[in-house]
Design a protein around this ligand. Structure first.
Ligand code: PCA
Length: 324
């Protein structure tokens, strides 16, 4: 009898020890983008590295393709703690604060090297804004350079006049507006349907998104304008992050640093392949016409001036640091 009791007690004790040894923190991570997208693949590696480095103490579940929260809901979800970590396109916050749209000024940073330099200049300001709102910046990854897609041949950006133009942030809506097109904000997951339904005739986005959405099924032309490289950021709820043991916070930060370097390199490495795939699938992939390049430079000047005015002293500090 006594032996039986002590065995039971010992059993219960070892069970509770075992549970505390593998005590797990579970985080949910919504992202708007699909499984095959290079950001999502990069995020999966981040999550795996975090699990390994924390000995399984921190398990992050990725909810891809806007399956848990849609892009416009993700920041609030992380801020309020309904999810602990998330990914989205930082420039979608451009109306809240223009500093968040540092990466969407056409012509300002048109290559990976320039975009990296711009990010180095902007990062402290973006991080400080998130921190003030109870969030911690973990890493950023640039989308490939943005080009113009259309359902018909374009000789100049002026041809976009009167067209319905799919936008994904305030800057792309402004871009459309300056060119006399009608901007309509459509999330990536809904893009093919919108084009097929006649709700959009043209858009500006990356080759990555062209491939992710199988653009050859719903449009015909791509002009590789390389206008700017917008960024996704991954960020966490600060209270959730601060609640982790110190070793785990360090592990998350180390994995985040690796994810940023890896993601930027992947984006650049895959860029040409995206255009090649689109050409193989029948899209007419072309360099921008001379007229387009001139128009783009002009629109860029207008948008840069507008951005500097809206982004205030911090915007000026970002531009000055970038141009140094
Ligand atoms: N793809 C995203 C944002 C920028 C990009 O290249 C999209 O089209 O929604």
């Amino acid at each position: 009898m006594k032996a039986w009791i002590s065995a039971a007690v010992a059993g219960a004790l070892s069970l509770s020890l075992a549970t505390s040894a593998v005590a797990q923190t579970k985080w949910d991570m919504p992202t708007p983008y699909p499984d095959g997208n290079f950001h999502t693949i990069n995020n999966r590696q981040f999550v795996d590295e975090v699990a390994k480095a924390t000995g399984g103490r921190l398990q992050i579940t990725i909810h891809s393709n806007a399956s848990l929260l849609k892009l416009p809901e993700i920041k609030r979800g992380v801020q309020t703690g309904s999810v602990q970590i998330g990914e989205f396109l930082v420039s979608t916050l451009g109306n809240e604060d223009a500093v968040f749209a540092f990466d969407s000024v056409p012509g300002l940073a048109t290559s990976y090297d320039k975009a990296k330099k711009l990010w180095a200049a902007a990062k402290p300001y973006v991080a400080a804004r998130l921190e003030k709102q109870g969030m911690v910046l973990l890493y950023s990854v640039a989308w490939p350079p943005q080009g113009v897609y259309a359902k018909k041949e374009l000789t100049a950006l002026a041809d976009l006049k009167g067209m319905k133009f799919r936008a994904y942030n305030p800057a792309t809506a402004r871009f459309a507006q300056i060119l006399g097109a009608s901007p309509v904000t459509i999330q990536q997951a809904e893009v093919p349907q919108a084009f097929r339904a006649g709700l959009a005739d043209a858009m500006i986005t990356s080759g990555a998104t062209g491939v992710d959405t199988q653009a050859w099924d719903y449009l015909t032309h791509y002009y590789d304008a390389q206008a700017f490289l917008p960024q996704n950021i991954v960020f966490a709820n600060k209270a959730a992050f601060d609640g982790l043991p110190e070793a785990d916070r360090k592990a998350v930060m180390a994995a985040a640093e690796a994810a940023e370097a890896r993601g930027w390199a992947e984006s650049e490495k895959l860029n040409e392949g995206f255009k090649k795939t689109m050409a193989e699938k029948g899209i007419k992939v072309a360099a921008p016409t001379a007229a387009m390049s001139q128009e783009l430079a002009k629109v860029g000047e207008t948008m840069a001036a507008e951005w500097v005015e809206k982004a205030g002293p911090d915007g000026k500090a970002i531009i000055d640091a970038y141009r140094k």
